[in-house]
Every structure is written in C-alpha cells, then in structure tokens.
Design a binder for this molecule. Structure first.
Ligand SMILES: Cc1cc2nc3c(=O)[nH]c(=O)nc-3n(C[C@H](O)[C@H](O)[C@H](O)COP(=O)(O)O)c2cc1C
Length: 328
C-alpha cells in the first residue's frame, strides 16, 4: 500500500491531486463525487474582481465579444447579474459545508484596491485557504511591465494583511522573469504559487470576418511549460509549488511530482472524464510507485528537478540548436 499524504500550504492532504478552479465546482454533486473519487482538495472557481466592482457594463461587453458558443466559457466569465459577490460567498459557504476535504476559495485580481477585503469575507465562509488568481490583458502602451508586476505585489501584500489563512498565487505564464516574481511573492507572505493559469483566447473566423471564442481544453503536451518552471523553482523557493495545465493522467501527475510539485491541479481532464476519473488517476499513480518501489510521495518528489537531474542545463535550453546539431 502506498502513502500519498502531502502537506500543501501547511494543510495535510490525503494525496496531491487537487481539483483546479473551474466549473466543476459549480455543482455540489460534482464536488461530492470528486471527494468520493479521492480528491486531495478542491479550489472553488474564482470570485472575479469585476464581479466585486460591479463593472457590469465592461463585463457585459466582454461577454458579448466572447460570445456564448460554449457553456463553460460562460462559467469562466460569469454574468454579473447571475453572480454578484454575495451569491458567490453563499456558494462558497455551501460548498465548504458539503464536503470534508480541504477547500480553497479563489479570488481573481487585476489591480490593488479596497475590494481585496473580499479575501477576508471568503475566509469567513470557513474555507481552509485562498488562491489569488492574478491576470489582466495589458493594452496600455504607457504602462511598463514593471508597473504591472508592482500591482501584483501590492495585491499579494494587501491579501496578506487581510487574512491569516494560507494562500497561493496563481500566475499566468506571461512573465519575463518567473523566478524573480516567485521570489518577490514569497517575500510578501504568500505560501504557495500555482503555475500556470490558462486563459480563454479569442479567435478570428476568416469566413465571417468576425471574432469568436471557443473554449478548448488543454492537451497533455501543454504540461511542458509548467513542468520546466516547477523543476527550475524546486529548491530555490520555500513556497509550495502547484502545477496546473496539462495534467490528464496519473502519469502526468507523477511527472509534476518528479519535477518538484507539491500538488498537481486538474480542470480539463475532470471536466471531460468526470470527477470519478480521480480514482483512475490514483490507481495509475499507485501502479507507477509500486513499479518503482516507492512507498511515499516524498521519496521521489523533485527527483527530476533542475537541481537533482542528470542534465540541469536541459531546463534552461530554449533553442533548438543542440537538437539540430545532434541530428546531423
Ligand atoms: C471551464 C473552466 C473554468 C475555469 N475557471 C477558472 C476560475 O474560475 N479561476 C481560475 O483561476 N482558473 C479557472 N480555470 C483554469 C483552470 O483552473 C486551470 O488552471 C486551467 O484549465 C489549466 O488546467 P487544465 O490543463 O487541467 O485544464 C478554468 C478552466 C476551465 C476549463
């Protein structure tokens, strides 16, 4: 029998499989099914800054541009009239009460502001911790990247000042110096970092010369970007590392742990296969651990991180030169 137990953000989990923030948490029966299938923890979908600021007009415009071709796209960008902050807080409280596993609430942020006191209101629902999902599409040519990074740090500081519970910061992959960002977040009191969020990207239909938005699920190959950064960060930060994007099977979860992830998060695969798929993933992980004679996750976590692997420079190699030379 293998021991999957893990501590994430100081909270004991029975295993490192975390249900990522997504529409899966929109239904109590799905959340209960995830718990029954063995989920280690669950992140409830985000309370969006726009919801809090009642920026209904901009939100409505965004939704009109996004279109409504895919039901779950709507749940990622919930309509203001259907999802004000009060309704969201009630929902979080109901979800918290429905299950015993650790539950995290998620707060989306694009700028610092008084609205971050919603972090405390989310905590008052009884959740075990928070995830701060920070992302904005930067379009102002006068605003440098350093300014946006400062906004992220200010949000982290204000959330830390607001709550005592542990929280992780969920980052986009679009930073020039990820290791520096993580180190700055750590200095400001966060407990973990989630790498990476994956966003809805609008597309263009050349036939109708118009914009459309179709939510496409991640592919397993997309794990490579978070895998690289988790592997580089392992041993360089005290923050817990959560891998998000591209975990579709038990083997993918193992890859994340080998890179150094404390936990792995799944959205796409659970939305496609249903929450019960978590039990299949746990069986696959157990099979791999037995085959490799491991009885605990801590025995192999970080074994293929940059600091522990045979070829540390492989994680820093970004160009194809070596591959091209090897092929000659
Ligand atoms: C339908 C849907 C809704 C999502 N809603 C949220 C959300 O509310 N907050 C958030 O931080 N991430 C949200 N995400 C992103 C996921 O948590 C996850 O980071 C991303 O899908 C990549 O993981 P995956 O490859 O397992 O899907 C959502 C993803 C999907 C597919």
């Amino acid at each position: 029998m293998v021991d999957f137990s893990t501590t994430y953000l100081g909270i004991p989990l029975k295993n490192p499989l975390v249900v990522a923030a997504s529409s899966l948490s929109s239904r109590v029966d799905s959340v209960k099914q995830a718990e029954e299938a063995g989920a280690g923890a669950l992140v409830i979908r985000s309370l969006f800054e726009e919801q809090i600021q009642f920026d209904a007009l901009r939100m409505e415009n965004a939704l009109n541009v996004a279109g409504d071709g895919f039901a779950e796209a709507q749940s990622y960008f919930p309509k203001v009239e259907h999802g004000g902050p009060k309704e969201h807080l009630m929902w979080v409280e109901k979800t918290r009460k429905a299950v015993k596993m650790p539950v995290f609430a998620s707060l989306n942020a694009v700028s610092p502001g008084a609205w971050t006191n919603y972090a405390r209101q989310l905590v008052d629902t009884g959740v075990d911790g928070l995830e701060v999902n920070f992302y904005a599409v930067a379009t102002d040519p006068t605003r440098p990247g350093s300014d946006l990074e400062r906004a992220l740090f200010d949000v982290v500081e204000s959330v830390r000042a607001e709550v005592k519970v542990p929280f992780a910061v969920k980052l986009s992959p679009f930073y020039t110096s990820i290791v520096n960002i993580v180190s700055e977040i750590e200095k400001r009191g966060a407990n973990g970092v989630v790498l990476f969020n994956r966003f809805l990207q609008p597309n263009i239909d050349p036939d109708t010369e118009s914009l459309y938005s179709q939510m496409t699920y991640s592919q397993p190959d997309e794990i490579k970007a978070p895998l690289r950064w988790i592997a580089i960060l392992y041993g360089r930060t005290k923050l817990d590392l959560a891998l998000s994007t591209g975990v579709h099977s038990g083997k993918d979860a193992i890859k994340g742990l080998l890179a150094g992830a404390t936990v792995v998060q799944m959205a796409a695969t659970l939305l496609k296969n249903g929450p019960h798929y978590l039990s299949t993933m746990l069986i696959q992980m157990q099979g791999w651990m037995e085959e490799h004679s491991y009885s605990r996750v801590s025995e192999f976590r970080g074994n293929v991180s940059q600091k522990n692997c045979d070829d540390p420079f492989a994680f820093e190699r970004a160009q194809y030169v070596r591959l091209l030379l090897d092929q000659k």
